[in-house]
Design a protein around this ligand. Sequence first.
Ligand SMILES: NC(=O)c1ccc[n+]([C@@H]2O[C@H](COP(=O)([O-])OP(=O)(O)OC[C@H]3O[C@@H](n4cnc5c(N)ncnc54)[C@H](O)[C@@H]3O)[C@@H](O)[C@H]2O)c1
Length: 271
Amino acid sequence: MAYNLLKGKKGIIFGALDENSIAWKTAQHCKAEGAEIVLTNAPIALRMGAINKLAEEIGAPVIPADVTSDEDIENLFIKSKEHFGGGVDFVLHSIGMSINVRKGIHYTENNYDFTHKGLDISAISLHRVLKIALKHDAINEWGSVVALTYIAAQRIFPDYNDMADGKAMLESIARNFGYHYGVKKNVRINTISQSPTRTTAGSGIKGFNGFIDYAEKMSPLGNATADACADYIVSLFSDLTKMVTMQNLFHDGGFSSTGVTQAVIEQMEKE
Ligand SMILES: NC(=O)c1ccc[n+]([C@@H]2O[C@H](COP(=O)([O-])OP(=O)(O)OC[C@H]3O[C@@H](n4cnc5c(N)ncnc54)[C@H](O)[C@@H]3O)[C@@H](O)[C@H]2O)c1
């Protein structure tokens, strides 16, 4: 059900790779709520992914941008401003990648070239996007920026590897830039800490099946789906949440506040 919550709003969505992507669902939900969208992803992902299908479905242009390139991000904001005839009201940062995870390198043996690359893509990219947006005055007053994160930023999940460090940094950048963008332009910046979700990035984590089942059992409401996450993001892009900024918001069915559940106790007693 749609409520026209984003009527007249314009936004940029990073990270829609395929129909499982959280960004893909978010683009669909934003469109259903009345928004106009520009889609972007890394050039290589555009070649591999199905983004043109989504672009056609929601009537959005696709502007390629590797989030580690200043030049690409400059071009993205310049072209988006041209397309919309002005700035945007929301930005979704839905990007994560660790080469150490991809190559199965244990956290205690991380390759630092890979670590740097992973941090650049997963965390510093948020700073880069915000810095360049500010320079071009590309986000309108009372605009809203959301980045996606995971609870491994606060608690140890052994196989999340150096992505955990990336998420801790991402959340810190959201808080720090949230202050400066708030003071300068009343732009709000938050992170959403989402349940494990079956997507390309999510499934890359070792032992993901065990991980997602455990989280399901440890969450009073069960795991939050990508569709539910998209709904939450819509609410943060809407005018109903104007005074929420610099927060890390858990969207996890209660997982983050749960010590143990009856379901987990029963599972342990079986063994
Ligand atoms: N899936 C989960 O379990 C889960 C849980 C919590 C948070 N998250 C976070 O949600 C976000 C979205 O991930 P997803 O699960 O939808 O997976 P996904 O694989 O669909 O999305 C990740 C996106 O990052 C993009 N990307 C990678 N390198 C890039 C670069 N250099 N430039 C631009 N884009 C680049 C990919 O092309 C892809 O579209 C990520 O930040 C992820 O860490 C995911």
